[in-house]
Design a protein around this ligand. Structure first.
Ligand code: ADP
Ligand code: MG
Length: 646
């Protein structure tokens, strides 16, 4: 390039991690090198947004009359590409800070990902395109880069930053009177195609069609008259449309799709789209999307949720979190309002009551669109539920006021479902509830398979009463906010004090059974259990509801319920699970056999290990894992005795 570094320039070494990033980018085999243009255009657009905001809040801006735009001109004969914006520009200090040290999100998460995977080469190539590596991606295509910039601040000097991406950069004064930044790229031989007009056009259409400022390309026009000279003209390439301000009837399906993809960098389809506007109580346009996958962003960016907030077409903030409650942070999109005052700071915008009002409308809208999806496209809804269900549960736990809008979106496994994949809603449950049933029953556990074998379920299966299976760790949190549905309270079936219908008929059935333990013998057995287990149990009692299993553990009526115990255990590893009541099934053959041994010989060496083991089996069933080191020798003793008999 003609303007190589002057002798007076100091070459400064890049920070180590930038050089590391540059080495990866320069040697990358990544084929979609064109994304560098997307990154540079997005930086230009950011810079334009920022100066637009400054002009509204701070009148003293250099070149205030300049059109807010991006211009691209290319010189294919010399492999040169130039991108110029009239954005906020950079001072010498800023250029040093922004392009010499790694402060930026995209590049940072890229390096983090690289550390995490310990990978280079092919795997990293896959990741480059998934999220912005930012400015430095230019070195995938460039042999040398000059950034010439003039800040919007009056009385600052223009500055030039140059580098070949090989270890150092230099900064020197420059000659530029207009506000903004020019990125001048000397393309590598193998990337010289990027100086071709058709290629530039195609890239803009793919990645930057909805950039909110005009992007012009300098193109040759055929001469007006035959002998005339060829002329060059600036032609706008991008649509530059605020798509959300159009009427949904005018927007084509493909347009929505490419808008979504350019907006989110998610190259899948959105699961749900909401495009609407409101006039009262606040005027606004909005376009919202629910992605198909919660982790399409792959790396980092976790804190970067939030909608883009525009006030009268001016971007106020990119990740504006206050427009949606935190639990709806998976929703992407734009809100553009005529009612937001522009002459105030960003902080003041966050606190205006207008934002709260918009939020209310958005929450209502998201909830009703999800309900429609559940009704009209149940399969798609299940995809939504498996990706984003935990967010909805979080909402019910943390914002009980909006609970009513979301309870019908909940889905559960159930004792009456065909299998683990067959999910039901609370409405389904209520629709087939028994006439004499006054409560909605659930059980909490680690998985469908474990729960399905739980002794707690025996009674309910026998009496054909449906029980919801809560297997997601978020369920325990959700229950904090969800205590009733349709006037019926939700009850955990491991609760000792349930108001169960038909609880008397078990006794009738069993009266005819042979070999029932006498009251005296059972009392002696209970006493022995208490002696052996000591303060590991709250109490030992006869079970009124077990039919097959020998034992179960229930919560004493005054205890914190199991879901709160789970929440506490998640928050605090040292949390001690409160003592439970051990219920014995008087009709179980194991219980009968232990009772017989006890009546025969109270010193029988097997009685205590059997009691211990029954108790620990009950703990395992509850998902509480006893110490295996104690269990093995005991099991050996029991096995030895069992092997000996007969
Ligand atoms: P990011 O865009 O995620 O902040 P980049 O690596 O793309 O990261 O850019 C680094 C920084 O350089 C930007 O945050 C911005 O401050 C500055 N910058 C880059 N391009 C421009 C530009 N055209 N005009 C003004 N500042 C720019
Ligand atoms: Mg950027």
């Amino acid at each position: 390039m003609s303007t190589t570094a002057e002798a007076t320039n100091q070459n400064v070494a890049f920070k180590a991690e930038i050089q590391q990033l540059l080495d990866i980018l320069i040697h990358s085999l990544y084929t979609e090198k064109e994304i560098f243009l997307r990154e540079l255009l997005s930086n230009a657009s950011d810079a334009l947004n920022r100066v637009q905001f400054e002009m509204l809040t701070n009148r003293d801006v250099h070149d205030a009359e300049a059109e807010l735009r991006i211009r691209i001109d290319a010189d294919p004969d010399n492999n040169i590409l130039r991108i110029t914006d009239t954005g906020i520009g950079m001072t010498a200090e800023e250029i040093e800070e922004n392009l010499g040290t790694i402060a930026r999100s995209g590049a940072k998460s890229f390096l983090k990902a690289m550390e995490d995977t310990g990978q280079k080469g092919a795997v990293m190539d896959d990741i480059i395109g998934q999220f912005g590596v930012g400015f430095y991606s230019v070195f995938m295509a460039a042999e040398e880069v000059n950034v010439i910039s003039k800040s919007y601040l009056k009385d600052t000097e223009a500055v030039k930053w140059s580098s070949t991406g090989q270890g150092t950069y230099s900064i020197s004064p420059a000659d530029k009177a207009e506000r903004g930044t020019t990125i001048e790229i000397k393309l590598k031989e193998e990337t010289k195609e990027f100086a071709q007009g058709y290629k530039i056009r195609q890239i803009i259409k793919t990645y930057s069609d909805f950039v909110a400022f005009p992007i012009y390309l300098l193109e040759e026009k055929p001469p007006a008259e035959e002998e005339g000279e060829k002329t060059k003209e600036w032609t706008q390439i991008n649509q530059q449309k605020a798509l959300w301000r159009q009427s949904p009837r005018e927007v084509k399906e493909e347009t929505y799709k490419s808008f979504y993809q350019q907006f989110t960098f998610d190259f899948g389809d959105p699961l749900l789209r909401i495009h609407t506007s409101a006039d009262a109580p606040v005027q606004f346009y909005t376009m919202l999307f629910v992605p198909s996958k919660k982790d399409y962003k792959m790396f980092g960016k976790k804190d970067e949720h939030g909608l883009k907030l525009y006030a009268r077409k001016v971007l106020i903030q990119e990740n504006f979190k206050e427009l949606l409650p935190n639990y709806l942070r998976f929703v992407e999109g734009v809100v553009d309002s005529e009612d937001i005052p522009l002459n105030v700071s960003r902080e003041a915008v966050q606190n205006t009551p207008i934002i709260k009002k918009i939020q209310k409308v958005l929450v209502r809208r998201v909830s009703s669109e999800l309900k429609n999806l559940a009704e009209n496209e149940p399969e798609k809804y299940i995809t939504f539920w498996s990706e984003f269900g935990p967010f909805i549960k979080e909402g019910i736990a943390t914002e009980p006021e909006s609970k009513s809008k979301f309870t019908d979106l909940l889905r559960f496994q159930s004792s009456k479902a065909e299998n683990a994949e067959d999910l039901i809603s609370l409405a389904d449950y209520a629709g087939r509830i028994k006439d004499d049933q006054s409560e909605i029953y659930y059980i909490i556990g680690d998985s469908y398979e474990v729960i399905n074998r739980s002794p707690h379920l025996e009674y309910f299966k026998k009496h054909d009463i449906e029980v919801l299976f809560l297997t997601d760790p978020m369920d325990s949190f959700m229950l904090i906010g969800l205590t009733e549905y349709n006037g019926k309270s939700l009850k955990n079936i491991d609760d000792a004090g349930l108001d169960l219908p038909e609880s008397s008929d078990k006794k009738d059935d069993d009266a005819s059974k042979d070999g029932k333990i006498s009251d005296d013998a059972f009392e002696a057995l209970v006493t022995r259990f208490k002696d052996v287990l000591g303060d590991r149990v709250e109490d030992v009692k006869e079970s009124k509801i077990l039919t097959d299993s020998p034992t179960r553990l229930v919560n004493p009526p005054d205890a914190v319920n199991t879901n709160m115990q789970r929440v506490q255990r998640m928050l605090d590893k040292d949390f001690q699970i409160p003592k439970k009541i051990l219920e014995l099934n008087r009709d179980s053959s194991i219980v009968g056999s232990i009772s017989n041994r006890l009546s025969g010989n109270g010193d029988d060496a097997l009685i205590n290990p059997l009691i211990e083991q029954l108790f620990e089996n009950a703990l395992v069933t509850e998902g509480i894992h006893p110490n295996p080191a104690d269990m093995i020798p005991r099991l050996q003793t029991i096995l030895e005795a069992a092997a000996k008999t007969n």
